[in-house]
Design a protein around this ligand. Structure first.
Ligand SMILES: [Zn+2]
Length: 206
């Protein structure tokens, strides 16, 4: 499982870890979309919930997690789930005695998150995402693909990033506490590659 605020690099970490440990990645949004596309009974229920603009309930998410674990016997990496203690308890109840649960917490400072997300730019034409510090376009503030001027999304302004960060901490503190036995706390302020090496060393010893 991965815990960390938006901008902590969970996506990069999930990709890298899944590769080296041979795990299937469970990203809630992707799994919901796949369920809808699959058209199962559960998928139809998810579709009507999402279309009504409501949040998918804990029970449904847990059913999807259970199905995911059943169909990915090599092991799963959960990114963005569980979000609540109730979901965490549900996930624990899905695991058998042989299953090993590890929780990676990307402990990342507000300054780092603001620096990373505040440097994000998006192309209004094609949607490509850049980072003026880490992944800049070839020409300053201009999209490589379609030459449009890049924009800063409204939810990437410093004030919005800071309030999202505070909200995240408030929501996640109980989970960090709940998983204290399984927790591997890593300094998320380090560059992504370094963080990945540390986590790999801990979770997949050669
Ligand atoms: Zn573009």
């Amino acid at each position: 499982m991965l815990l960390g605020p938006p901008g902590a690099g969970k996506g990069t970490m999930a990709g890298g870890l899944a590769n080296s440990a041979g795990l299937a990645v469970f990203v809630t949004g992707d799994v919901l979309r796949a369920a809808i596309a699959g058209g199962s009974e559960l998928g139809i229920k998810v579709k009507s919930t999402v279309e009504a603009g409501r949040l998918v309930d804990d029970e449904t998410i847990l059913s999807l997690a259970q199905e995911f674990l059943r169909t990915h016997s090599q092991g799963a990496l959960f990114d963005g789930f569980p979000r609540t203690i109730k979901q965490a308890e549900g996930l624990r109840s899905l695991l058998s005695a042989e299953d090993e649960l590890r929780v990676v917490y990307l402990d990342t400072s507000k300054e780092t998150i603001v620096a990373r997300l505040g440097a994000r730019r998006v192309c209004p034409e094609c949607g490509r995402i850049y980072n003026v510090r880490f992944k800049p376009p070839r020409n300053d503030e201009i999209c490589d693909d379609c030459n449009a001027s890049l924009i800063c999304r409204k939810d990437d302004t410093d004030e919005v990033i800071k309030s999202r960060y505070e909200l995240y901490l408030a929501e996640t503190a109980p989970l960090v506490n709940y998983f204290s036995e399984e927790l591997l706390k890593v300094n998320g302020d380090l560059p992504g590659e370094e963080v990945l090496e540390i986590v790999r060393g801990e979770l997949c010893p050669a």
